[in-house]
Design a protein around this ligand. Structure first.
Ligand SMILES: Cc1ncc(CO)c(N)n1
Length: 229
């Protein structure tokens, strides 16, 4: 899938994937993901990532719920309402399982504010979902699904097992997540077919920015980034 070859040749998703391939390559090969795959990622970095991801998933869920409300048919309403619910279910499993197994105590989450990058990505998704037309909202949300599915599979393919991060890898490399991702790609492509050239351009801009923010999110965890003041 990484070359976009199984997608409709003229689809939004095929174009978007192709245009942003260098950023995807940069994500795939970044130190955080290399260390996650070979099991050498420090607990401190994974903890930073998980705490920020718990914040992120709630914002992602809210943005998906807004997209659900904007859907132009009931299939889209059900699809994104379900995805909003799943984002919160995954966030709760971070709290219930991952936080405990990686030594994060109960109120660490409450004490840890969003990092600058997490804050920016979360705000970008919610603002885009609120203020842009449905197709642009979907284009902003698509990389969150698609990049994780591709990175999950890529990491699974080279992972040293057993690996302290097996449960994380299995979540995103799993069949269930991939089916959901294919469905979001299909809905985004359908929405793009009816979009004007101006909306299509905004879709590409939103997709590109979200892809860049995915890179920045992992980079932020690698750097253990915090607010400078
Ligand atoms: C930052 C980020 N993007 C995407 C996903 C997958 O939904 C996630 N868990 N976290």
């Amino acid at each position: 899938m990484s070359d976009g070859s199984t997608l409709g040749a003229h689809s939004f998703s095929a174009h978007a994937w192709g245009r942003n391939l260098p950023t995807y390559e940069a994500i795939r090969t970044m130190p955080f993901n290399a260390a996650l795959a070979d099991g050498t990622l420090s607990l401190e970095r994974f903890r930073h990532y998980m705490l920020q991801d718990a914040h992120y998933l709630i914002a992602f869920g809210r943005a998906l719920a807004i997209a659900a409300a904007k859907a132009d048919d009931t299939d889209g309403l059900v699809q994104f309402a379900e995805a909003a619910k799943v984002a919160v279910v995954v966030e709760r499993s971070l709290h219930a399982d991952f936080f405990e197994s990686f030594g994060i105590d109960a109120d660490a989450f409450e004490r840890t504010p969003m990092s600058p990058v997490c804050h920016h990505y979360s705000s970008f998704l919610i603002a885009t979902a609120y203020s842009e037309p449905y197709p642009v909202a979907l284009a902003a949300l698509l990389p969150c699904f698609w990049i994780y599915a591709e990175v999950g599979r890529d990491i699974l393919g080279r992972a040293v097992r057993p690996n302290p991060y097996d449960a994380w890898i299995d979540t995103y490399a799993g069949e269930e997540f991939h089916e959901a991702v294919q469905a979001v790609i299909a809905t985004t492509d359908r929405a793009a077919m009816g979009a004007s050239p101006a909306v299509l351009a905004r879709m590409h801009a939103a997709y590109k920015r979200a892809t860049e923010l995915e890179w920045m999110f992992w980079d932020s965890a690698w750097r253990l980034a915090d607010w400078p003041v």
